[in-house]
Write a protein that binds this ligand. Structure first.
Ligand SMILES: [Mn+2]
Length: 399
């Protein structure tokens, strides 16, 4: 049977302030086309369907429209597990309705039987067994064990025990059928040795969550582990059949140029993996350099449908940098999403005490230093500080 493994869609994601619904729409249309053309039998989505636990209406519509679009194709079983970005209860809310369409949603850890799902081919015959394990929340895992060990150790042990329990259940089902059905597991976790990339939106969210687990927590009886959480496609510790498929979209400008994939797993003769490259739906470019270089490069691509991130690395502070850049693209197709002014940042830091770094300072202090190092009229000082504090409060609430 042919299984499609994908994860980390992050529907509703914004790049700086830019919504990415257009890209997600193109991606999901493209995905439906792959499922049809390749006659995929089952789809597995290994977490981070949405970018937040409270996705907006438009993000949810993209998701449900997609699920509707694959009904009536050869794809008879869909397994969706929650990632760390998803709200398990939000994801599971429509599960009774979706279950009747053979779309299985696993948000939280349930009784073991619920995690073990037969995967049917286009003819309705069971051809594989899926052990659907979602992202495991720390408090949930610690609760599961009562021994007196550190909470990190507890999480790793509880994770291993869960994988062992679901695999045993899968094996007993396989024995009942008297066949040699392959066992496919899912996971949304940080496996030891997995490679992340600065700014790809993975590492920062990992802090305080599930610890890294070794590939040995997956029982040998599992034929393929469909992982999510890490955004670049890779196998784990040289084991070809324990794999991250990666996010289909570039999650930040630092990922530009990296190829994106969904994976087709054919279980006919052992496990055969075919990497299907996801097209780029939005051109993006990071421009770094001195003032003149930046201006020249932006002018060259101003007429393209492209999103640009600018990092000014010159030493001299150029107060009009943003205005000059925005003036070039004002009536052009290209859009500048972010302008990072390193000179201004280092001048702020220079004005700060030696022991202070951006990481140790409060955002309000950074703002004050920024304010003081620029020539703003004093009469606006309090008003601007109040506005800034209001924005910070709003952002914190949104998180
Ligand atoms: Mn993710």
């Amino acid at each position: 049977m042919k299984i499609l493994h994908t994860s980390d869609w992050h529907i509703g994601h914004t790049l700086y302030a830019k919504k990415r619904h257009g890209e997600h729409e193109f991606f999901l249309l493209w995905l439906t086309k792959q499922i049809r053309q390749r006659k995929i039998d089952a789809l597995i989505v290994s977490g981070d369907i949405f970018d937040t636990g409270v996705p907006g209406g438009q993000a949810q519509k993209l998701y449900y429209d997609f699920l509707k679009s694959i009904l009536g194709t050869n794809c008879r079983t869909v397994v969706i597990v929650a990632g760390n970005h998803d709200s398990p209860s939000m994801l599971e809310a429509p599960s009774a309705v979706l279950e009747s369409l053979n779309i299985h949603i696993i948000g939280l850890v349930r009784e073991i039987k619920r995690h073990v799902i037969p995967l049917c081919d286009g003819n309705g015959e069971t051809k594989a067994i899926c052990c659907a394990v979602p992202y495991l929340r720390k408090n949930e895992m610690v609760k599961m064990q009562d021994d007196d060990i550190s909470s990190d150790e507890k999480i790793v042990r509880a994770t291993a025990r869960l994988y062992s329990d679901v695999t045993e259940e899968a094996i007993s089902i396989r024995e009942e059928t008297g066949t040699d059905l392959p066992i496919i597991a899912t996971g949304h976790l940080f496996a030891q040795g997995a490679q992340t990339r600065e700014g790809d939106g993975v590492r920062d969210l990992y802090v305080g969550n599930l610890g890294q687990v070794g590939a040995d927590i997956f029982p040998k009886a599992i034929d393929y582990v469909a992982l999510g959480h890490i955004h670049s496609e890779q196998s784990v510790m040289g084991n070809e059949n324990i794999r991250y498929c990666g996010s289909p979209l570039h999650m930040s400008f630092s990922e530009i140029g990296k190829k994106k994939y969904v994976l087709e797993i054919d279980t006919k003769n052992g496990i055969n993996i075919d990497k299907i490259e996801v097209p780029v739906f939005q051109q993006m470019k990071a421009i770094t350099g001195e003032y003149q270089e930046i201006i020249k490069e932006i002018k060259e691509i101003a007429d393209e449908d492209i999103w640009i991130e600018v990092t000014y690395t010159g030493k001299e502070i150029i107060p009009g940098l943003s205005a000059d850049i925005q003036a070039i693209v004002k009536n052009a197709k290209a859009e500048v999403l972010s302008i990072r002014n390193n000179a201004a940042i280092s001048s702020i830091l220079a004005a700060a005490a030696e022991s202070e770094t951006l990481e140790t300072m409060k955002v309000q202090d950074v703002f004050l230093k920024c304010f003081d190092s620029n020539e703003f009229a004093d009469k606006h000082r309090q008003e601007l500080i109040d506005c800034f504090n209001e924005i910070v409060a709003e952002l914190e609430e949104a998180e």
